[in-house]
Ligand binder design. Structure first.
Ligand code: CIZ
Length: 312
């Protein structure tokens, strides 16, 4: 690439020429969030993907999010800046062992977190995000036990909230898993006025110190509307970019990992693969493009549509 190229200008030109819409997750770098047409969580971004009239969807997040966009909008070109932007939760749940897990519990409803591959979605009854998991689980027939995959912390949190019996897949997010209870307690003593907002992918040992537990969107709304100046944020810290924009006078402190760990270690390494340069190239080359074989797409679409209906 020409080093003098103004990437933002070039991306804006391609956005017009290709009739593209740029979607960015809250965990993206601030400069990517600022460039996007829509910034949000995977639920809101899937709704945008399903409703768009654009010809090209540029999904700045991780691969499974682009895959959801393609499943919902198969006639669109869906590109992602980096084909290697995976997800540890997706990795933890492979189709063969998941099919065996289902087969072992034939009377259970399979409720699956959106952080998984299209193959796993195709084997599921309903998909959830952290924004709608509680509502969706509450809507399921009471006589049906539930299988929840792949995030065991989110599953345990939802089981506790809803009082539903759940068998959990043993997966977790490499980032949320590492927030340290001990360091969080130490941080709270240094900031006694700070309220703690945590994502339900965090272990229970962290959640027990939280004043609010919710999805990225929920946490964002909480810090904006709560009459307090200081918050400790236990999720991927790039969401602080939106918090600072929405509540400029407030202070947001990223929750810590274990003592001695780097300050930015809670940055998701998969989300961080996306850069302005790669966005520009993905738009110019119409790739890496997400492709989902039609038979798989139809199977994965069903539980996604069920999610959209149940959380409308
Ligand atoms: O659903 C999402 O976008 C994720 C990965 C987290 C959240 O809470 O929004």
């Amino acid at each position: 690439l020409d080093p003098t190229l103004d990437l933002v200008e070039a991306i804006n030109r391609l956005r017009r020429e290709k009739n593209a819409v740029i979607l960015a997750h809250y965990y993206q770098e601030g400069e990517i969030q600022d460039l996007a047409d829509f910034v949000g969580d995977s639920l809101d971004l899937s709704r945008k993907a399903a409703a768009t009239t654009a010809d090209m969807i540029v999904f700045c997040g991780v691969r499974f999010m682009g895959e959801v966009a393609k499943i919902l909008s198969p006639s669109k070109i869906v590109v992602i800046p980096d084909a290697e932007a995976g997800c540890s939760l997706e990795e933890s749940c492979r189709p063969e062992p998941f099919a065996a897990f289902r087969a072992k519990h034939p009377d259970h409803v399979a409720v699956t977190y959106i952080n998984c591959s299209a193959d796993i979605k195709a084997l599921s009854d309903v998909i959830v995000t952290s924004s709608n998991a509680e509502v969706i689980v509450n809507s399921l027939p009471l006589d049906k036990p539930i299988l929840f995959a792949p995030d065991r912390h989110l599953g345990a949190f939802i089981a506790k909230k809803t009082g539903r019996e759940m068998t959990l897949w043993p997966g977790s997010c490499i980032i949320h898993e590492q927030f340290s209870e001990k360091e969080l307690v130490k941080l709270k003593t240094r900031h006694p006025q700070a309220l703690v907002a945590a994502h339900p992918e965090c272990p229970e040992t962290v959640l027990r110190h939280a004043d609010y537990i919710g999805s990225t969107k929920g946490i964002l709304e909480y810090v904006v509307k709560t009459d307090n100046q200081e918050f400790i944020i236990a999720t991927e810290p790039h969401i602080i970019h939106q918090m600072t924009k929405a509540a400029p006078g407030k202070t947001f402190i990223p929750a810590p990992f274990a003592e001695g760990e780097c300050a930015s270690c809670a940055d998701c390494p998969f989300m961080a693969k996306n850069t302005l340069e790669k966005i520009y190239l993905a738009m110019a080359n119409a790739g890496p493009a997400i492709e989902v074989p039609e038979d798989l797409r139809i199977k994965a679409l069903k539980p996604l549509e069920r999610m959209l209906e149940l959380s409308a």
